[in-house]
Design a binder for this molecule. Structure first.
Ligand code: SAM
Ligand code: SF4
Length: 342
């Protein structure tokens, strides 16, 4: 199937720089029980619950996306485990495996995992990314405004459930850059996959400066006296992989100093139904009205027509900008990470 834009023939879910889209991130809520300083604004204005896309509408969108070539769906937030019905939604997504869906993942702060890890596994979730920015209880509290213990218990629960998981650690200068070595030692000891993430200019109150970024080079500099470090050839992963002492690997997602935009295969949907072709895009595409139309039609006629949605989504994806470095100097945006889901 082809799509016409201004006399150009555009293949499905491909942008103007030739990057195919294979991964969809869905934020199911902007609400969160944490207040991470690199993410949440001091005074968040939550989306109204009635404005959130229903799981019914989300499922329609996922079905359309998988038919267009999306292979991985990641559920995120805000904190996705705060949205009631999310486990059921994951169960419903299983039907899309027959259409080509390969992985269903979730990113979580782990606070509620003691309750949900086993249910998520039973519902068919493939894996988790868990955020953990400090092993020091006091520092953790000053970063997130929540306690560390439930998160560590949540990580244990994930382990017991058999759900594979990675730990993501966002580093900020002067806040938690003393955690690089402790985090590596801890993760290596427990044989847990660890990725450090450079702080990106997507915090709610827009306090980001490049001085607050702990760069990939600085992370490696801190680890060098303790480990023999080898860069591993990067595949289609945003994280650059490093082998420590020939046995244990860590990843570093360095969007600021080594952007992987050239290979970006992701698109994102906010909880209100705005599609974003890039984390740093200024403008989203509101697809909610098209999804509601499809739902209405399905209820009346038992058939669904994706044409209207298709005519909006593909040109929007096609217009995806080259990447972070092409758009970093644009004006400040209204949307931040807690709405977009990382
Ligand atoms: N609440 C869940 C969590 O924290 O894992 C999911 C949503 S959170 C927005 C998704 C990911 O984005 C987390 O790994 C978080 O650390 C990361 N993140 C948030 N703000 C960021 C920023 N300004 N720069 C880099 N990563 C950020
Ligand atoms: Fe909440 Fe995740 Fe943002 Fe932290 S990073 S405030 S846990 S949404």
């Amino acid at each position: 199937m082809k799509h016409e834009i201004a006399n150009m023939t555009v293949p499905i879910l491909k942008d103007q720089y030739g990057r195919m889209k294979r991964k969809l991130r869905i934020s199911v809520t902007d609400r969160c029980n944490f207040k991470c300083i690199y993410c949440m604004p001091e005074h968040p204005e939550w989306m109204k619950k009635q404005d959130l896309l229903s799981f019914e509408a989300l499922l329609i969108f996922c079905q359309y996306m998988v038919k267009q070539g999306i292979e991985n769906i990641r559920i995120t937030g805000g904190e996705p485990l705060m949205r009631q019905g999310v486990v059921h939604f994951i169960r419903d997504l299983q039907a899309l495996r027959a259409l080509g869906l390969k992985r269903i993942s979730m990113t979580t702060n782990a606070h509620y995992l003691v309750k949900y890890a086993e249910q998520l596994k039973q519902a068919g979730l493939d894996d988790l990314n868990i955020s953990l920015d400090s092993l020091d209880a006091e520092q953790f509290k000053s970063l997130t405004k929540k306690e560390l213990a439930p998160v560590l218990n949540g990580i244990d629960a994930a382990k017991k459930s058999g759900l594979p998981f990675k730990i993501n650690c966002v580093l900020m200068k002067g806040q938690n850059d003393d955690q690089i070595l402790p985090m590596v030692k801890w993760a290596k000891h427990h044989n847990i996959q660890l990725r450090f993430i450079e702080f990106m200019p997507l915090d709610g109150d827009q306090h980001w400066t490049d001085q607050a970024v702990v760069s990939e080079a600085e992370i490696l500099e801190q680890l060098k006296p303790h480990y023999d470090i080898q860069l591993i050839q990067q595949q289609h992963e945003p994280a650059r992989q490093y082998q420590l002492d020939g046995q244990y690997r860590i990843g570093i997602i360095s969007t600021i100093t080594h952007s992987f935009c050239g290979e970006c295969d992701r698109i994102r949907l906010t909880a209100q139904g705005e599609l974003y072709n890039c984390l740093f895009a200024q403008q989203g595409l509101n697809i909610k009205p098209y999804l509601l139309n499809i739902l209405r039609e399905q209820k009346i006629k038992q058939i669904s027509d994706f044409n209207e949605l298709d005519m909006q989504v593909k040109p929007y994806i096609w217009r995806k900008a080259q990447g972070y470095h092409a758009i970093q100097h644009q004006q400040a945006r209204k949307i931040s990470m807690h709405m977009l889901g990382g």
